[in-house]
Design a protein around this ligand. Sequence first.
Ligand SMILES: Cc1cc2nc3c(=O)[nH]c(=O)nc-3n(C[C@H](O)[C@H](O)[C@H](O)COP(=O)(O)OP(=O)(O)OC[C@H]3O[C@@H](n4cnc5c(N)ncnc54)[C@H](O)[C@@H]3O)c2cc1C
Length: 361
Amino acid sequence: MRGTEVVVVGAGQAGLSAAYHLRRAGLTPGPGFVVLDHAPGPGGAWQFRWPSLTYGKVHGMHSLPGMELTGADRARPSSEVIARYFEEYERAFGLEVLRPVEVRAVREGEGGRLRVETSAGVWSARALINATGTWDRPFVPRVPGQETFRGRQLHTVGYRGPEEFAGLRVVVVGGGASGTQHLLELAPYAAATAWVTRRPPVFREGPFDEDAGRAAVAMVEERVREGLPPRSVVSVTGLPLNDAIREGLRSGVLDRLPMFDRMTPEGVAWADGRAFPADVVLWATGFRPSVGHLAPLRLREPGGGIRLVGTRAAADPRVHLVGYGPSASTIGANRAGRAAVREVRRLLEGGPGSLDTAEAA
Ligand SMILES: Cc1cc2nc3c(=O)[nH]c(=O)nc-3n(C[C@H](O)[C@H](O)[C@H](O)COP(=O)(O)OP(=O)(O)OC[C@H]3O[C@@H](n4cnc5c(N)ncnc54)[C@H](O)[C@@H]3O)c2cc1C
């Protein structure tokens, strides 16, 4: 068993922001903190995003603290651009990410410490900053007849670009940014497409200013404060009405159908008798937070979410969640990393909320 002050789980935007602030606070990799990530290389979940998601197509990617991402080629896949940027960032600040290391369980350790069980052994830590994102937990809803469908089903995580759908009939399910991007890419290749969403999509006119951003974050924050599962950002912001979306609406590619009631061997069907024969159903139905390894700490509320006070788990002051709920954006992840480190420092120094005070109380 190795001892350290703080374990950071995940080296995406949120984990690297936290590691940067830990370093600035004077902690050193090894005795001060370790960053563990189970992916093969730098880049967080970005390294797995589909090649046709070029850097020019991602909207509002914020740089990590302390080092701007400049001069990136907008035509290159964001998976490459961001993986390279994160790699340089880790090197520039000496963050020494350990990978691939899978964190399997975090549980109560000895002497008020946390026991972090991984594929590379056990760490004992005084605090944990969890930054594991959502990419590892794709969500697909259950639909009657799903197992009878003879075609192919895949989730956004398995999407590699539009070419493989040439000549096929494709149903895209999901009203978020991924669903609309998949459809707009696929439509010129596919024999036919259908777009299906649970709720009617809400399109947002005009620029997304800071006030709108703050209001959206506040709505997600409110849920997390109540211990409810966080909602996606699009569910509170709506879809930005850009030129590509406008063209999709005009051409009919983005004519939305309500969620189908069942799947059949041939495709999808609605209770009113409508049907769409399909070769492929592409589920762009989002993700859930990857927090299964925290289960032994019993942080979950009856509502199904982890209640947070800022970034701190209400049920355990040693645990912070960054990139979770209201901080699940690149800018939110940056800020959450800084906020978590501010509190973790207080805890390590024996200030309010420290282990010493908690034990004495
Ligand atoms: C398709 C898509 C496009 C997006 N575009 C934008 C955008 O344009 N702008 C924006 O602000 N946001 C965007 N987002 C959201 C954005 O990706 C996130 O807010 C942010 O990048 C996530 O950073 P993160 O550090 O929280 O998570 P991630 O980047 O997912 O990093 C989590 C890391 O944790 C590791 N990990 C997970 N579980 C474990 C474990 N048990 N043990 C060890 N390691 C583990 C993973 O390997 C991964 O490296 C997009 C999301 C998606 C899905």
